[in-house]
Design a protein around this ligand. Structure first.
Ligand SMILES: NC(=O)c1ccc[n+]([C@@H]2O[C@H](COP(=O)([O-])OP(=O)(O)OC[C@H]3O[C@@H](n4cnc5c(N)ncnc54)[C@H](O)[C@@H]3O)[C@@H](O)[C@H]2O)c1
Ligand SMILES: CC(=O)N[C@@H]1[C@@H](OP(=O)(O)OP(=O)(O)OC[C@H]2O[C@@H](n3ccc(=O)[nH]c3=O)[C@H](O)[C@@H]2O)O[C@H](CO)[C@@H](O)[C@@H]1O
Length: 444
């Protein structure tokens, strides 16, 4: 069993630290955030997935072997796993690697000959063997591949199903040399049940992660574009997609109100860091970013101008049954409707139209009252109200997250509160049932 230091105890780092602790390793998690450490020290991990919560608490509560401890300083370890944030800076068009740089400096200060450093954060191709390696070497005085091991292995867990995917997703491992790669493959072999696939080098492994997320983003953009085109022809998009998918080589995904989260709206941009060949991927981003605007256009097409009206936005989480609101379609819709979102809210490509000139920002915010609600998101900086308060007296509602609670809504209860139009970009409501209660469901 090894001594492991995990740098960053956020969504990915905490799950990863717990994975290795539960596999019997001695794991120290370092995070500079007082709030993050305090929550863990109080055994109140900020995770909503019940299985993940149990997984983390098991690691925190272990007696000796397989214990996860939390530290306010980085510690020496056989393996350093770096799981820090990698935001995209829209103003410069570049990845913001300041957290990766700071982690490299921290690791460099405690690095010993024979240790192995693993970057898990999603980064532009070339980062691990480029700036990350340079900073590690400068800070430690050691040489990667000679004195210490260096590898990149991307995290691919699906929020909502973290523990299962952590254990069973194939792991891509690229090392600066074969020794680094094999050391990391062996380490992960002690904790996961899946294949550990060798990439030729760190840069390939970094590229694979971006290719996976860009692929999903492009496929969702295709579904969204088909939905918009179907609408222009008066065709029921979901019925058409369902039929199209009977072809043995066609699998169109589901249209929706846009693509949210911390990964798909961000990672495809990293492909542009040192390449001029990014076209389709960039267009797909714009298609997906334009969907909140499309949702509002559909509402306006049904109720007319929104001026003086009250609109309830049901769901600010980026997808169903999660509590993460980063880059969510719900927040993008709120932004378009003139809600002043608090500082620090992550919202890329906000308020974009899909004009052929490259798009521009728009607002529908004149005189609209907007109420936001979500059963999972607890962000105090957002002015969230309970569902009933959001619907009470509203003229219309927009379903912006496909939470299970919303699929089960009672149309009569909603109608009694006020709205007579509900926009459902996920197609999860049964329009006939809602029509019986006097509510028009607008969908695609
Ligand atoms: N969330 C996902 O579903 C997911 C999945 C795959 C990959 N990723 C990638 O994993 C990385 C981490 O994402 P996340 O969602 O866990 O982020 P997060 O924001 O949830 O957590 C990151 C943590 O790192 C801490 N941190 C910041 N600087 C640090 C430093 N120098 N040393 C140690 N800790 C530091 C922060 O305080 C925070 O607690 C990103 O590159 C992300 O793109 C995320
Ligand atoms: C390649 C891949 O699978 N990567 C995953 C992805 O995780 P995610 O949670 O971001 O992914 P999704 O569940 O796809 O949701 C994204 C958004 O797309 C909307 N959507 C989805 C399907 C659809 O048919 N129509 C839609 O409109 C949905 O509502 C939501 O807003 O990135 C993580 C971090 O890198 C990965 O680790 C994880 O493997």
């Amino acid at each position: 069993m090894s001594m492991i230091c995990v740098h960053g105890l956020g969504y990915v780092g905490l799950a990863t630290a717990s994975l290795f602790a539960n596999a019997g390793h001695e794991v120290v998690g370092y995070d500079p955030s007082d709030c993050v450490r305090a929550a863990l020290e109080a055994r109140r991990p900020r995770v909503t997935e019940p299985e993940l919560r149990e997984f983390v608490c098991r690691a925190l509560d272990a007696e000796e072997e397989g214990r996860l401890t939390v530290s306010d300083t980085p510690v020496a370890a056989d393996f350093h796993l770096v799981c820090v944030p990698t935001p995209f800076d829209e103003s410069t068009g570049h990845a913001d690697l300041r957290f990766v740089d700071s982690a490299a400096r921290n690791v460099g200060r405690v690095l010993r000959a024979g240790d192995v450093v693993v970057l898990e954060s999603t980064v532009p191709p070339g980062t691990t063997e480029g700036t990350f390696r340079e900073t590690l070497e400068a800070e430690s005085g050691l040489v990667a591949g000679t004195d210490f091991g260096l590898a990149f292995t991307p995290e691919t867990v699906l929020p909502g199903n973290t523990v299962a995917e952590l254990r069973t997703n194939a792991r891509i491992v690229g090392g600066i040399d074969a020794g680094s790669r094999e050391a990391v493959r062996a380490l992960y072999g002690t904790a996961i049940e899946a294949e550990r696939l060798s990439a030729p080098d760190c840069t390939t492994a970094e590229f694979v992660k971006l290719a996976q997320n860009a692929s999903r983003d492009v496929q969702i953009a295709f579904a969204n574009e088909m939905a918009r085109i179907a609408g222009d022809y008066g065709v029921d998009a979901r019925a058409a997609i369902g039929l199209a998918n009977h072809h043995p080589r066609v699998n169109i995904l589901s249209p929706g109100p846009g693509v949210g989260g911390h990964c798909l709206p961000v990672d495809p941009h990293f492909l542009k860091e040192a390449s001029d060949s990014v076209h389709l991927v960039e267009t797909a981003r714009r298609v997906n970013d334009s969907m909140p605007e499309y949702v509002i256009e559909l509402l306006e097409g049904t109720v007319g101008s929104l001026e003086g009206k009250t609109v309830a936005v049901l769901g600010v989480a980026y997808k169903g049954n999660v509590d993460d609101a980063r880059n969510s379609p719900g927040l993008a819709i709120a932004d378009l409707l003139g809600v002043a979102l608090p500082e620090g809210i992550e919202l890329h490509g906000r308020a974009m139209t899909l004009a052929s000139d490259g798009g521009g920002t728009v607002t529908h915010g004149e005189g609209v009252t907007v109420r936001l609600t979500d059963p999972y998101v607890t962000d105090d900086s957002l002015d969230l109200v309970p569902l009933t308060a959001a619907l009470d007296g509203a003229d219309a509602a927009i379903l912006a997250s496909p939470h299970a609670e919303y699929a089960d809504l009672d149309p009569a209860r909603v109608a009694a509160l006020g709205p007579d139009v509900v926009v459902d970009p996920f197609g999860i409501l049964v329009p006939e049932r809602w029509a019986e209660a006097g509510i028009e469901v607008v969908t695609y």
